[in-house]
Write a protein that binds this ligand. Structure first.
Ligand SMILES: *[C@@H]1O[C@H](CO)[C@@H](O)[C@H](O)[C@H]1NC(C)=O
Ligand SMILES: *[C@@H]1O[C@H](CO)[C@@H](O)[C@H](O)[C@H]1NC(C)=O
Length: 371
């Protein structure tokens, strides 16, 4: 027995045969700022923003929502090690699983010819907690060179991440996207990704994987209030090709009325006349079809946003677009599929992604033509 057990252990001591590289040396998608200026490698605002914005927004900016790493490898096994912020032991939430709050999923680009599926990013596997220091491997991937994306935790903060392959295989940067162009998404918890079942199903990730343009997720759970302090940092993002302002679920009608025009003017001044700005109503609450209170509250905010949109259009603003909540759901009542009335199930995220994946390219094309 003893020699056999020894041989087995010896044979599975993989660590010495696996080479890891920091994820920051591969292609990092979904970041509005370089990791050199952010407090953790995958947080969404620069360290300098601390103290210039409300601490709730700053703290949420540390979460790696919407960040993804792209690379190419021929290795049949992909190893991933990552460390979550030690102070944050909340791997899951009551309405959102650890697989998406703190987990990571792996997709690959299927570019082999097939009538059924061609040219799509498809799910491969999931890496995840619970543990502050996670290490895992996904295997049986074949040894043909392929492109991969890992989608980072939506509601946790990643302090370090390394990706590894067995020695003898290639692991390199893959640059499918032109990172000088990006869609900036300023939104609420729903945009941050609540309550998708894993990161890759959150709509900003789905949209990136389908339109072929990077999407920067600046969703701040409970804290999208069209603040000019926050906008000071939005306008620092380079290469912005379109901006979506998707704050309604966090606001009331009077705040919408008092904030929209100044926010849009600030974005317009910074990004120039040609960059499309989208004012979005957000998804429809799950009980809006039956509860008058929920419905009236929602309609009041939507009417307030429509009025501000009309004011801006009448003032001559170009390249301003409007997205109605009823286009983001499905079914006669246009109610969005939610877990607890507000936050979207994976199908809800898919409906939002489907709508924007057909809408955004049309407004971006218009932008190209006019440049
Ligand atoms: C990754 O995790 C494995 C297993 O825990 C460990 O042996 C290895 O040293 C780690 N590598 C890095 C670069 O952290
Ligand atoms: C997790 O990893 C970090 C960074 O590599 C290290 O400082 C820390 O001690 C580790 N914590 C545990 C519980 O292993």
């Amino acid at each position: 027995m003893r020699p056999i057990a020894f041989a087995l252990i010896f044979g599975t001591v993989g660590a010495s045969r696996v080479s890891f590289v920091p994820a920051t040396t591969l292609s990092v998608l979904g970041m509005g700022f370089d990791h050199q200026v952010t407090p953790t490698p995958f947080s969404r605002f620069p360290s300098e923003s601390e103290g210039t914005i409300r601490s709730d927004v700053y703290d949420l900016s540390l979460n790696s929502a919407g960040v993804a790493i792209e690379f190419a490898t021929d290795a049949p096994e992909i190893y991933l090690n990552y460390t979550l912020a030690s102070a944050l032991q909340c791997y899951s939430m009551w309405h959102m699983p650890s697989t998406s709050v703190s987990g990571v999923d792996l997709y690959a680009f299927n570019d082999f010819s097939s009538e059924r599926i061609m040219g799509e990013w498809l799910f491969v596997g999931h890496f995840g907690p619970p543990s502050t220091n996670f290490s895992g491997v996904i295997g049986n991937l074949g040894s043909v060179m392929k492109k991969y994306r890992v989608h980072l935790p939506l509601y946790n903060t990643v302090d370090e991440m390394e990706i590894g392959v067995d020695d003898g295989f290639t692991l390199e940067k893959s640059e499918t996207l032109d990172l000088s162009q990006r869609v900036l998404w300023y939104g609420t918890s729903i945009a941050q990704g609540a309550v998708a079942s894993r990161p890759g199903t959150a709509f900003t990730n789905v949209i990136r994987n389908s339109i072929g343009m990077d999407v920067v997720n600046l969703g701040f759970s409970g804290n999208c209030l069209m603040e000019l302090d926050v906008a000071e940092w939005l306008v620092e993002v380079e290469g912005v090709s379109a901006v979506v302002v998707d704050c309604l679920p966090n606001m009331d009608a009077s705040l919408v009325t008092s904030s929209t025009v100044s926010l849009v003017n600030k974005l317009r001044d910074a990004f120039g006349d040609q960059v499309p700005i989208v004012l979005a109503e957000g998804t429809t609450y799950g009980s809006a079809w039956i509860s008058d209170d929920v419905k009236n509250d929602q309609e009041a905010k939507r009417s307030a946003l429509t009025a501000e949109f009309n004011t801006l259009i009448e003032s001559g603003m170009k390249n301003l677009f409007y997205v109605k909540g009823e286009d983001l759901g499905q079914g006669d009542l246009s109610t969005s599929p939610t877990v607890e009335g507000t936050h979207l199930t994976d199908i809800g995220h898919q409906y939002v992604a489907d709508y924007y994946s057909s809408f955004l390219p049309t407004i971006l094309q218009k932008y190209d033509k006019e440049n």
